[in-house]
Ligand binder design. Sequence first.
Ligand code: PMP
Length: 300
Amino acid sequence: MSDTPFDQLDGLIWYDGKMVDWRDAKIHVLSHALHYGSCVFEGERVYGGKIFKLREHTERLRDSGKILGFDLPYTVEEIDQACIDCCEANGIVDGYVRPVAWRGSEMMGVSAQATKIHVAIAVWPWPSYFSPEARMRGIRLQTAKWRRPAPDTAPVHAKASGLYMICTMSKHRAEDEGFDDALMLDWEGRIAESTGSNIFIVMGDDKLHTPIPDCFLDGITRRSVIELAKQRQIEVIERRIMPEELETATEIFVTGTAAEVTPVGEIDGRKFTVGTITKTLMDDYDALVGNKRESAASAA
Ligand code: PMP
């Protein structure tokens, strides 16, 4: 990506049912979403012209809106088609798709019953979330001070923009201190996830352990990787995992639409190797989504 700000790129954005010029896709400063966080979004990747798990992402967008108390003014089919049209209109064959839905400016206050729901979709080229070097050696994580909130204190299963406030703060602190990203614990001190990805841990038993997504997003990539592991006869154990257990961890990786499968090389100074299970699942995930890049196993 160039350093051009995102509002200054060229292209077309699908905005409330129409394709508009990229630079004209604006909102008013008195939009409810901006003041009160009434906004949900998705992140999808298009590989070789096909959006991976498009329907699941659109359904999650619809469900996130419902959790926040609003219905999208378009059907799932219409939004699927708009995502596809948007890729075509911008000539994006490999890239990132960002649908977003938010409350407009008809009311300004906590109550927002009569606000119009807007939907927009933007697409752009986006190679790798972490640098190729970070992907090879494994990213460095720092445990965040902020914790994922308890399920009865926030809409934890929605991909809601307000939930990312503590993610940005945690990731900034990690980056300022030389790390790539932050590892977030939950309200009970258990390992939860990273700021934009889920986490998997290979313990000494060569089984794959991953936290139960009871207070954070059950990622679409997470579910795909669990299936891939099962196809490889790798046992997956979903359970509550405490940070002290990292002492017996041998391999760690994170999963997400943006992160794909990315190895973790370090957490707070403790080192991990980019091992066989991680490399196998990196390659299996690339094969599943149709991502053509050098095999992680053979590049080692
Ligand atoms: N957790 C958070 C906080 C995220 O932002 C994401 C990315 N959407 C994930 C997990 C992974 O979700 P997915 O695999 O569906 O992209």
